[in-house]
Ligand binder design. Structure first.
Ligand code: GLN
Ligand code: ZN
Length: 756
């Protein structure tokens, strides 16, 4: 019979219970038993939600402490060996040490999970990897669910994806040679699951949606040939993109079912339906696990009915991917404007949508008339929200010319004019924008939001903070100052709250990594700037400072990437609208006398499509959007951008095409290695490689920073070098920041005297 299921459910809890409990546990304020009890409670709640919604299986294994990749490693006995922990006796405290570091032993690396804003811990491989028993957690959770009477589908990252996501710590990459050991680890785990009587095991293989080298694809059959005989029925889950090109291979695998993402891989069904094996289940991911909109149920049913005609009861209905990437419950958002709340489906609502699709399929559309009506109404409301002002938006966009997207003169000319205006020393020092967000700052912002602090008193408090930041920077002797961003809760939300077309939720939290959550704004309409957003604060800082103060904006690609977006317009059109709004802000800052303006793009790289074939198109519009925001200013106004990651190699041409006068980047951990790529590429504009690792409380010494600068100067001419930290300083405290920046300024001075 047709089944309904989700690939996974958010684990953090409707009120972020897991976040707070984890943080208490790490502080020593909660004991292990209490943390474990909360875990059980959250799992029970989430499984019950699935059952109440009328799904057929409770998905077990998606809970995962901290991260589901680390969790899989722990269950498989494949944790990194450098920590010296016994894989089968791993305690919860040791487990968290893997994720967060343990005294002198650095934590495992964190990286983005495919093209999402979720971060996983990178598996560490070496030649000595051996399959050994791991922790019992998955089996315990299966028993918990069974004790509550659930039919269980266990879910775990699949062997190919797990191996592929990992890195060889040293020496050449021999990941595929490890396959026999990895398969042995999975075989042991799957046999246990079978003995426990789980109905299905979902093996997540999203790596199949990326550009996978031939050798990896060739390995796939032997992996599943080895696993299938002793495993419960396997549902091989693909998501985040289409896998049509691998259809013959996937259909021939000895698994009991396949899952396809029909949201991201809309057109791929036709590659699978003809000659789909009689013996296999086909699960279709119809409900979007990556966005927050109510589904068009009628359209989804059209697809499902067509599939049913071929598949009959072998057709399943599901979410496109895990619901990990959407917030919990849109019923917790009563204050959203104009019916917008009725257009949203967060995880809880998506369970109902999936169940409705199954019911519609089995009992006919009449049986879900209400759900269909609500879906139709949501589509209409969205269309009318989108229509507001759309004519003007189209006009504004149509009027954009190539000239709008390029500066008046080439960099060589601009930089001369900027130097004349700014009169900075060689190797100018600056910071990336934010200063410590102290408890007082957070308290005043919260009080203002609650209405307990009026606008005038709030503004006075923030001005006080800005004045303090300016005073400290002048005392430190920094050359280009910032206002410190005390008024910003978050670099995206701050702008989203002020721009038309964006909505901001109260409780729409999504796990980013570990206990960290983000609250992405929702883009539902045409984007327009109502009024200046930053000028009052930055202008005030400039009044207090004889030295230039840098205006600070979040760029169009980062605004787009870190929001949920409307789906009736292409991403690039939305990026251009944001860019136009930011362009107005840039011009307002310039008019207010601000000579240096930074447009942050920390999410520039993560906007890249999963398949390389999509990269050229992305680069084209992404570069244009940035340039549209940045290029309205005079030659004398200096545009900075900032990005904080260290893999630039494959995006350097696009970085250069942004034509920012200065780019500040994260570089301290990699010891300036990435600068070689900039040098080899003959990157022509100014660069500020970070020489202070802001992710660590450690205060770097002067000598250490001088060494980094010397290394930088070997590949980038000193005339084009800036001196700055890796990223913003908002998570640090003032004592660390003052000490580190004092050392940074000394390092710059010492370097100047040596090279001058
Ligand atoms: N200007 C921002 C800050 O300093 C940049 C943050 C970021 O790169 N993520 O906080
Ligand atoms: Zn940064």
């Amino acid at each position: 019979m047709t089944k309904a299921h989700v690939l996974g459910f958010p684990r953090i809890g409707a009120r972020r219970e897991l976040k707070f409990a984890l943080e208490q546990f790490w502080r020593g304020a909660l004991d292990e038993a209490a943390l474990a009890a909360l875990g059980r409670e959250l799992r029970r709640r989430h499984w019950n939600l699935q059952r109440t919604a009328d799904l057929d299986y409770a998905t077990v294994g998606d809970f995962a402490w901290y991260d589901h990749v680390l969790w899989a490693l722990a269950c498989l006995g494949l944790i990194p060996r450098r920590f010296g922990f016994a894989p089968d006796r791993l305690t919860l405290a040791q487990y968290f040490s893997l994720a967060r570091g343990d005294g002198g032993v650095p934590a495992m690396e964190l990286t983005k999970w495919f093209d999402t804003n979720y971060h996983y811990l990178v598996p560490e491989w070496d030649d000595a990897i051996r399959a050994a028993p791991g922790v019992e957690w998955l089996f315990e959770e299966v028993r918990e669910a069974q004790a509550d009477g659930h039919a269980v589908k266990a879910a775990i990252v699949g062997p190919l994806t797990l191996l592929h996501l990992g890195k060889y710590r040293s020496g050449s990459d021999r990941r595929l040679d490890l396959l026999p050991e990895i398969v042995a680890a999975y075989a042991r785990l799957l046999a246990r699951l079978k003995a426990l009587g789980v109905a299905w095991v979902q093996m997540d293989e999203p790596a199949l949606c990326t550009d996978l080298a031939r050798a990896w694809l060739d390995a796939l059959p032997s992996v599943y040939d080895a696993l299938a005989p002793t495993a419960p029925p396997i549902l091989l889950a693909t998501y985040f993109g289409p896998v049509a090109e691998h259809a013959p291979l996937l259909k021939s695998l000895p698994v009991a079912g396949l899952h396809l993402d029909l949201v991201r891989g809309r057109g791929q069904l036709d590659a699978f339906l003809p000659d789909y094996p009689q013996s296999k289940v086909l699960s279709l991911g119809m409900i979007d696990g990556r966005n927050v909109w109510r589904a068009d149920l009628a359209a989804a049913l059209d697809v499902l009915e067509r599939a049913r005609d071929r598949l009959g009861a072998r057709l399943w209905v599901g979410s496109s991917c895990s619901l990990l990437h959407v917030p919990m419950d849109s019923a917790q958002e009563p204050s959203l404007e104009g019916g917008l709340a009725d257009c949203l489906a967060f995880a809880v609502q998506k369970l109902d949508e999936i169940a409705a699709l199954k019911r519609g399929l089995l009992q006919g559309r009449g049986a879900i008339a209400q759900a269909l009506a609500a879906s139709r109404k949501a589509q209409e409301t969205l269309r009318s929200l989108a229509r507001r002002g759309s004519a003007q938006a189209r006009q504004r966009l149509a009027a954009v010319t190539d000239a709008d997207c390029s500066r008046g003169s080439p960099f060589g000319v601009r930089i001369g004019r900027q130097r004349e205006r700014l009169r900075l020393p060689p190797l100018p020092t600056t910071t990336i924008g934010s200063f410590p967000q102290t408890a007082e700052i957070r308290r005043s912002r919260a009080a203002w939001r609650r209405g307990a602090l009026d606008d005038a008193r709030y503004a006075a408090t923030m001005r006080g903070e800005i004045a303090l930041a300016v005073k400290r920077q002048l005392e430190l002797g920094l050359d280009v100052l910032v206002h410190g961003e005390p008024e910003r809760n978050d670099m995206v939300e701050y702008f989203a709250e002020q721009l038309e077309g964006f909505a901001v939720t109260e409780n729409g939290w999504v796990q980013s990594y570990g206990s960290r959550c983000v609250k992405p704004p929702i883009i539902y309409g045409d984007i327009r700037r109502r009024k200046a957003m930053t000028v009052q604060w930055i202008g005030y800082a400039q009044e207090l400072s004889p030295k230039p103060v840098k205006g600070m904006l979040t760029g169009p690609l980062t605004m787009l990437q870190w929001s949920f977006v409307r789906e009736d317009a292409p991403r690039e059109a939305i990026a251009f609208e944001i860019a136009l709004a930011l362009r107005e802000e840039v011009l307002d800052l310039e008019r207010a006398g601000i000579a240096v303006i930074q447009i942050d793009e920390p999410a520039f790289r993560e906007g890249l499509p999963l398949r390389k074939s999509g990269w050229p198109h992305y680069f084209e519009w992404a570069v244009r959007a940035f340039r549209l925001a940045a290029s309205g200013v005079a030659d004398e106004t200096q545009i900075h951008t900032h990005m904080c990651y260290s893999e630039f190699n494959d995006i350097l041409p696009a970085i250069a095409a942004l034509d920012a006068d200065v780019i500040t980047i994260e570089a301290s951990r990699s010891g300036m290695e990435l600068l070689e790529a900039f040098a080899a590429f003959r990157y022509a504009n100014d660069i500020g490689p970070g020489i202070y690792d802001v992710h660590s409380p450690r205060v770097p010494g002067v000598e250490e920073m001088v060494r980094l600068l010397e290394r930088a100067a070997r590949v980038v001419p000193v005339e084009r070098l800036w001196v700055n930290p890796d990223c913003g300083l908002k998570t640090r405290d003032w004592s660390e920041v003052e000490a580190a920046l004092a050392n940074m300024v000394s390092a710059a001075r010492s370097m100047r005297s040596r090279t001058g």
